[in-house]
Design a protein around this ligand. Structure first.
Ligand code: AMP
Ligand code: ZN
Length: 150
């Protein structure tokens, strides 16, 4: 469920890396900023031009973001992706956010990765689909999700 805008966000952890980048206490290669968000280059890029879009306010992850903030970040991520196509010659772009350690989130401050892809880059996603063992699983899971939608 989205956090209503009237509910104040939980206090940021004092040692949050991306809060420090948002405030300028830790430097970053800045691409763009406005009153709500900052875009900067990922220090460990998967491909050339890999950028991060973060909110300036501390939000742990996408499932805890107010809808208007999430929408704004996605709007900015879309613009960054278009810039990667226009300025860097990207032929495809992945927009990804990891929510929780198990999902690969290493910095617990919401961020969208905007990752350009090029025909000749060496990057490959380790994305291995595994079909359901029983065809009934998909509709059963769909029903469970449908009943739990906030
Ligand atoms: P995630 O694993 O989804 O939480 O992504 C965190 C990302 O933050 C990784 O891709 C890191 O390379 C990146 N990162 C960590 N520290 C910095 C930093 N100081 N400046 C820019 N990017 C960083
Ligand atoms: Zn933070």
């Amino acid at each position: 469920m989205n956090t209503p805008d009237s509910v104040p966000a939980p206090a940021a952890p004092a040692d949050c890396l991306f809060c420090k980048i948002a405030s300028g206490a830790i430097p970053s290669a800045k691409v763009f900023e406005d009153d709500q968000c900052l875009v900067f280059m990922d220090i460990g890029p998967l491909t050339h031009g890999h950028a991060l879009v973060i909110p300036k306010q501390h939000v742990r992850a996408i499932t805890e973001a107010p809808l208007d903030l999430a929408s704004h970040l996605l709007d900015i991520a879309q613009r960054v992706a278009r810039a990667q196509v226009a300025a860097l010659g990207a032929k495809g772009v992945n927009i990804v956010t990891n929510d929780g350690e198990l999902a690969g989130q290493t910095v617990p401050h919401l961020h969208f990765h905007v990752i350009p892809q090029y025909p000749d880059d060496q990057h490959v996603w380790n994305w291995e689909p595994h079909p359901y063992a029983d065809p009934v699983h998909a509709p059963v899971l769909a029903a469970a999700l449908a009943g739990a939608m906030p």
